[in-house]
Every structure is written in structure tokens, then in C-alpha cells.
Design a protein around this ligand. Structure first.
Ligand code: AMP
Ligand code: MG
Length: 318
């Protein structure tokens, strides 16, 4: 597999990336959550190329990334709740699902046939610079083959996608490290479709308690497949002990000893630090030569919820 150029974010590389996007090509985009596989959201051809490059099922819609709330208002029907949330959390790791405007210029493929669109304004300087230079929304799912572990460094992107991207902008390791929180605002009480970089507690403080999509409501969260974010090795949850042929994904000061390899997400038990390390450590343990990965449970608060969610999906039957 030919490797794409990995470029530091400079005025030059940003303009080269914008040019590639205008030509309908895809680029690796650093964001604060994970690296994105970005293409022109208004182009059917570019959006179709994203689905093809990731081998992503067509029923799983993409997030449209925008430079600011003003740009989002041109795409979707921004209501009072959206305004309050955007005011508080944008730019940041919060994705809002809203009704598409009748004149929404984003490709329908991006919505996977729904009359809604997911929008987010990312906080990473390089992402914001590229959105500004390109001048249009960018469709950008995580830059990895569908179902695999998300990328949190430029190298992860080049390793997973090769020359399916024209280039990768190297924005350093992702500061948040897990995907955005996805919130459905098309319903009376806001529904949490995916726990992520903005903790549920922080959202509830603004819009009240969040609901969950009803069991079996596949239409509401088409992308929430049980098995996802998966390493190659089988993964065992809630580990309190470890076997010598296992690799241990540890958390906190009391990790059990004796694994073939141990990586501690945060020895001091900090969930923010743990999220930053999650996907990189899963990749490294996956390559350790162990028979399986054992993962300790994180507390169900703050980013711990998003991490436990990803670990459950990584452990689900494939
Ligand atoms: P990814 O692009 O891999 O970060 O995943 C985006 C997530 O947002 C997936 O779980 C999608 O199912 C979800 N999503 C995107 N657009 C919509 C939409 N219009 N309605 C509901 N969920 C959406
Ligand atoms: Mg993804």
C-alpha cells in the first residue's frame, strides 16, 4: 500500500489540502476527537468515495463539519436548544442531529436517506483552518476502515487508509481521543445517540436529562452497531485479574500484575487522560502477540462512559 504524504499544518499544506478537496479527493483531517477522513460534503462523488474508502455501510450517515454555528444554520433547522448547546460547546466534541433545511446543500448520501443531518464544529486549529480555506462543509467520519479502531495520530491514518487519502495533515495526537457525543435534537427530549467527548452530565446541565433511543430504534442511531471500534484480538471486559498470555488495558493505581504486556490508560485514575490513550493503547496491545486483551472497567462518569461504551463494542461478538 502506497503511503500518503503526512504534512505539518502550515499555510501551504492547508491550501494544498483545500485544493485536493476541491478536486474531489479525500484528506486525513486532525480534529480534537479522532482523525477524520474528510471530503466535500456537498459532492455526491466525494461522499460516495468516503463510504468506499472506509468500506462503511451506506445506512450509516456521516457528520458534516462546519467552521462555526453560522455555517451550521445554513444546513439544518437550528432551534433554541441547538443555539444554547452550540453557544456552550462549540467548537468542541458535540455533534447535533437536526432536520435538514429544504435548501441544504449537503449531499443526501451524507444523511444516508434520512431527512436529518449531523453537524459539528471541531475545535482543532488545523481543522478550523482547513474548513475556512475550503469554504464548504466537510463530511468526515473517523479515518479508519469501518469497524476498526479509530485513529488518534496521523500515522494511524496512513497505516489504515494508505493512498485512499491524498494527504494527511499531522495535527499531533488528538487531545480528546474518543469520538464526539452525538445528540438527537429532532425529538421532544434530546436523545443521546452516542456517548463521547462531551460528558452527558455537562449536556444535561444545559438541556435537562437525556433520553436514549428506544430499544430497536435502528433508524435513530443507524451507526451504533453492537460490534465496532474492534481490535483484532478478542477483548475481555471488567478484568480484575489477568492471565500470563493476556495483554492488559489497565486503569488506576491498582492494576493486577503478570500480563504479557500492560498499558495503563491512567495510573492516577483520570478519565480525561484515559480517553487520550484509549485507541493508541488498543492498537499496541493488539500487536503485542498476546492471545487476548483484558480491559479493566472505568468509572461510569464523565469520559469514563464513552470509554466503557467503546470497550463494550470492542468486546461484542463479531
Ligand atoms: P462517525 O462518522 O464514525 O464518527 O459516526 C457518526 C455517528 O453519528 C454514527 O453513529 C452515526 O450513526 C451518527 N449519525 C450521523 N448522522 C446521523 C443522523 N442524521 N441521524 C442519526 N445519527 C447520525
Ligand atoms: Mg467511526
Amino acid at each position: 500500500m502506497t503511503r500518503p504524504p503526512i504534512l505539518e499544518p502550515t499555510a501551504d499544506s492547508i491550501s494544498r489540502a483545500a485544493q485536493a478537496l476541491r478536486a474531489g479527493l479525500l484528506v486525513g483531517l486532525p480534529t480534537e476527537t479522532v482523525y477524520g477522513l474528510a471530503g466535500d460534503a456537498t459532492s455526491d462523488r466525494a461522499v460516495a468515495a468516503i463510504f468506499a474508502a472506509k468500506n462503511r455501510p451506506e445506512f450509516n450517515p456521516l457528520i458534516a463539519h462546519v467552521a462555526d454555528a453560522a455555517a451550521a444554520r445554513l444546513l439544518v433547522e437550528f432551534d433554541g436548544r441547538a443555539e444554547r448547546l452550540a453557544q456552550r460547546f462549540w467548537p468542541g466534541a458535540l455533534t447535533l442531529v437536526l432536520k435538514r433545511r429544504a435548501d441544504c446543500p449537503v449531499s443526501l448520501l451524507c444523511s444516508a436517506g434520512l431527512d436529518t443531518l449531523a453537524v459539528r464544529c471541531p475545535a482543532h486549529d488545523a481543522a478550523r483552518a482547513l474548513l475556512k480555506a475550503f469554504g464548504k462543509p466537510l463530511a468526515a467520519p473517523s479515518a479508519n476502515p469501518s469497524g476498526q479502531v479509530s485513529p488518534t495520530t496521523a500515522r494511524h491514518v496512513a497505516d489504515g487508509l494508505g493512498d485512499k487519502v491524498a494527504l494527511v495533515i499531522d495535527g499531533g495526537p488528538c487531545a480528546v481521543g474518543v469520538e464526539s457525543t452525538v445528540l438527537d435534537l429532532t425529538v421532544a427530549a434530546p436523545a443521546l445517540l452516542r456517548p463521547g467527548g462531551v460528558p452527558e452530565e455537562d449536556l444535561a446541565a444545559i438541556v435537562g436529562p437525556l433520553t436514549r433511543p428506544a430499544e430497536g430504534d435502528a433508524i435513530k442511531s443507524p451507526g451504533m452497531l453492537a460490534s465496532h471500534y474492534a481490535p483484532r484480538l478478542p477483548l475481555r471486559l471488567d478484568a480484575r485479574d489477568v492471565k500470563p498470555d493476556e495483554a492488559l488495558l489497565a486503569f488506576g493505581p491498582d492494576a493486577p500484575q503478570g500480563a504479557r504486556m500492560t498499558l495503563n490508560l491512567s495510573a492516577r485514575g483520570n478519565v480525561v487522560e484515559a480517553a487520550q490513550h484509549l485507541f493508541d493503547y488498543l492498537r499496541r496491545l493488539d500487536a503485542s502477540g498476546a492471545r487476548a486483551i483484558a480491559a479493566m472497567k472505568l468509572p461510569e462518569r464523565g469520559l469514563g462512559r464513552a470509554i466503557n461504551d467503546r470497550l463494550r463494542r470492542a468486546a461484542a461478538p463479531r
